[in-house]
Design a protein around this ligand. Structure first.
Ligand SMILES: C[S@@+](CC[C@H](N)C(=O)[O-])C[C@H]1O[C@@H](n2cnc3c(N)ncnc32)[C@H](O)[C@@H]1O
Length: 244
């Protein structure tokens, strides 16, 4: 369904949330809003599937409607267990309704809860695609520390985020280019500006260097940035240093 959430003037812009209305248009919204989404999701699936063996557990944290969970499943014939977790009930309900793969389960839980860490315990791969940016900045380090501890000894975290360039001029350049790309994808000036206002308080982005340092501080021995498109990036963090 076409995303028209912000196409009429709102008298008061409320903070963005993953509501039922957003859930219904989410695939179209994210495809037209996040540069590289259509590359990051299938390649995340490929990397996660290559890292996991039969019997392994893979966590898709902040799974929304399960696009990444489905991409992982599509890349492996192994009998893995893929668990998508999200704190939005409409998203989890939508993901369950669309799923036909018995290797995938979807669960409603908050990324910051003990319950989520228990579910993630022993996972070979944890994916967090475009989710940390919605978590309170003060909780980001402890969340990553928790995920580090939950991962299996040779576990891998795949983290994708909107990022902020440390140079203001470069940040502005990519930011303005991103908005132009949204307009080229059919969003009007009104939609672009109302969505931006709605995200102001709920999406706070960090520079790439902050992500890499935070991952190292959480304990990850080996980190890499495998993807970047304008102000959107994806990182790999291995719990232990690769020997091959
Ligand atoms: C941009 S979407 C993620 C897209 C998804 N990973 C994908 O690849 O299609 C962000 C998702 O994170 C979820 N989310 C945000 N904060 C969360 C939290 N604290 N715990 C669990 N899920 C959260 C939202 O409900 C939303 O579905």
């Amino acid at each position: 369904m076409r995303d028209q959430v912000y196409n009429k003037a709102h008298s008061h812009i409320v903070d963005f949330a993953f509501t039922k209305e957003v859930t219904e248009v989410f695939p179209d919204m994210i495809r037209r809003s996040v540069p590289g989404y259509e590359t990051v999701v299938p390649i995340t699936g490929l990397i996660a599937a290559r890292h996991a063996n039969t019997g392994d557990k893979i966590i898709d944290l902040g799974c929304s409607l399960g696009a990444t969970s489905q991409a992982i499943a599509a890349q492996t014939a192994n009998d893995v267990s893929i668990i998508g977790i999200d704190n939005s009930i409409p998203m989890v309900e939508g993901a369950i309704a669309a799923n036909a793969d018995s290797r995938i389960a979807f669960i409603a839980s908050d990324a910051l809860s003990e319950n989520t860490l228990e579910i993630a315990q022993g996972a070979r791969v944890i994916v967090m695609n475009f989710v940390l940016q919605f978590c309170d900045p003060r909780s980001r380090s402890s969340l990553l520390q928790g995920l580090y501890k939950a991962l299996a000894p040779d576990g891998l975290l795949i983290l994708s985020e909107k990022v902020r360039d440390e140079s203001d001029a470069k940040h502005r350049f990519f930011d303005e280019t991103h908005l132009a790309w949204k307009r080229a994808n059919g969003y009007s000036d009104l939609e672009v500006s109302q969505k931006r206002t709605s995200l102001e308080n709920v999406m706070q982005v960090d520079p790439e260097q902050v992500h890499l340092e935070r991952l190292s501080s959480a304990g990850f021995e080996n980190t890499d940035q495998w993807y970047k498109c304008m102000n959107w990036a994806s990182f790999l963090a291995w719990k232990t240093t690769r020997t091959s």
